[in-house]
Design a protein around this ligand. Structure first.
Ligand SMILES: Cc1cc2nc3c(=O)[nH]c(=O)nc-3n(C[C@H](O)[C@H](O)[C@H](O)COP(=O)(O)O)c2cc1C
Length: 177
């Protein structure tokens, strides 16, 4: 059931050395390919990073929040081509990335989204610029996030949802707070 899956999905940042199988990785990406995109334009692209040295380098793309990528067995960089969908590329990527997180959880894998926007590499260049050089990307691409995936080496409790009453409002009856 979908509720069980969303309860199970947590951000996992510690991983065992066990390999994520090609089959599982393929399934995760296949699921992302089912994500909706505005006007069905599909600006989303994926780069698979498996090489340990590259993962280690990648874990330094920003000062905080990407270190866990070092221990991941595989990472997926989610990019968009701004020329294909200049107004909706970020939204399209977010949905696809969410599908990846849920697909990983469904396969009992751990995964976490590392953000790129507004982050800086320790050299002072933006994380975006660092990643453009790292992946040798043309200007038209935005790196939206990097998702580290592996077999979990930490256990987390079920997801506790936000309070319904605090965030859901009835049109005409409620003032949104
Ligand atoms: C847009 C977005 C950006 C995030 N960026 C990072 C990040 O850079 N590094 C990180 O370790 N976790 C990152 N996370 C994971 C969140 O910290 C995590 O989802 C949140 O604390 C809730 O925990 P949960 O995923 O276990 O429910 C990000 C999540 C989202 C949705």
């Amino acid at each position: 059931m979908f509720l069980e899956l969303v309860e199970k999905r947590r951000s996992i940042r510690k991983f065992t050395d066990e390999e994520v199988s090609e089959e599982d990785l393929r399934e995760i990406l296949n699921i992302a390919l089912h994500a909706p995109t505005a006007k069905h334009r599909n600006p989303v692209r994926y780069i698979i990073i498996r090489d340990k040295k590259r993962l280690e380098e990648l874990s330094h793309y920003k000062k905080n929040g990407a270190a866990f990528l070092r221990g991941a067995n595989v990472a997926i960089a989610v990019l968009t081509d701004r020329e294909i969908a200049p107004n909706t590329n970020h939204q399209d990527a977010s949905i696809a990335a969410t599908f990846i997180l849920l697909a990983a959880a469904d396969l009992d894998l751990g995964a976490t989204w590392a953000n790129v926007v507004d982050a800086k590499h320790e050299s002072g260049v933006t994380a975006q610029k660092f990643l453009h050089e790292f992946f040798d990307l043309e200007d038209k691409f935005d790196v939206e996030c990097v998702i580290g995936i592996g077999h979990p080496a930490e256990e987390k409790s079920e997801k506790v949802p936000f309070e319904y009453e605090e965030v859901v409002f009835e049109d005409l009856n409620d003032k949104v707070k």
